[in-house]
Ligand binder design. Structure first.
Ligand code: OAD
Length: 263
């Protein structure tokens, strides 16, 4: 396979960047064998969101919805972060300020070692009671019933996954932090997202309008690719590690004079 070659101007811009923001979507976990949503074999090709991913469906049939999330939780806890997740941990160490925003609920960024991930759509490994808000412990999760509704050990309310369902607002403070980071980014990378779900898809556009260099990494052009400065087609697990290596090589070959402002 041919090595990926990055434009020198891109590497120079990255080397000069003080604030780098990355938005990830389901595509970054595809190489960990977690299904995406909208690819031909994605979750929304096999399941109906209106029957599973909204509060009315949950209240109407908690056992079915809890079982679907248990199944998805078992999948994500049974796989490993891939080279793309790990590359973002490395990238964070190469730049002065790094913010990772994800639409994914699979917890793979945290397991790879990323800190302070802004989880726009929640995290499937956490569950809370809809009545008292108490979080389920790992023991509660493993003891949760399969054929009866899973109810809170403290108050008897139904326990739901800590994810954002259709029709629900994103966690306000998390989204505010992501928005501020996007507005202040020097470089904004959008990785493995179809960019059709808002408000998450606004973030690269906001960053671009505020002057950031915007880069998309995806196996195909997303809905907002025409608005991005650079589109790199390829698997995240191949492109991101190559980008980190290229950044390190670029930094090693920079002359010390490069750090002195030119007059
Ligand atoms: P999608 O399934 O909509 O898009 C996945 C994207 O990943 C597509 O653009 C693919 O081309 C790309 N892709 C697939 N494999 C890849 C790889 N190996 N490397 C790079 N890119 C790859 O997933 P999202 O954009 O994350 O919301 O979907 C956004 C939201 O829609 C999700 O967070 C979820 C869903 O409804 C909620 O659950 C609230």
């Amino acid at each position: 396979m041919n090595p990926i070659v990055f434009d020198d101007s891109l590497l120079t811009r990255l080397a000069a960047a003080r604030r780098v923001v990355v938005l990830t979507g389901a595509g970054i976990s595809a190489e960990s064998r977690v299904a995406t949503f909208r690819d031909p074999d994605g979750l929304w090709a096999r399941f109906r969101p209106e029957e599973l991913a909204n509060v009315d469906a949950f209240l109407a049939n908690p056992v079915m919805v809890q079982a679907w999330y248990r199944h998805r939780r078992d999948i994500v806890t049974g796989v490993q972060p891939n080279a793309a997740h790990h590359a973002l941990v490395d990238l964070a160490r190469l730049v002065p300020s790094f913010t990772l925003v994800t639409q994914n609920v699979d917890d793979l960024h945290r397991r790879a070692g990323s800190d302070d991930v802004l989880e726009l759509h929640g995290n499937i490994t956490r569950s809370t009671c809809i009545a008292c808000g108490e979080s389920a412990s790992p023991e509660d999760v493993s003891a949760s019933p399969q054929d009866d509704p899973w109810i809170c050990a403290s108050c008897g309310g139904l326990v739901r996954p800590d994810v954002v369902w259709f029709g629900e607002a994103l966690p306000e403070d998390v989204f505010a932090d992501a928005w501020t980071a996007a507005e202040n980014a020097d470089v904004f990378l959008s990785v493995g997202t179809s960019a059709v779900v808002y408000p998450a898809a606004d973030l690269p556009l906001v960053a671009g309008s505020a002057g950031a260099l915007t880069i998309e990494i995806n196996v195909e052009r997303s809905a907002i690719a025409d608005h991005m400065d650079v589109v790199i087609l390829g698997q995240a697990g191949r492109v991101l590690p190559a980008l980190v290596t290229a950044m390190r090589t670029h930094a090693a070959h920079r002359s010390p004079l490069d750090a002195i402002p030119h007059v």
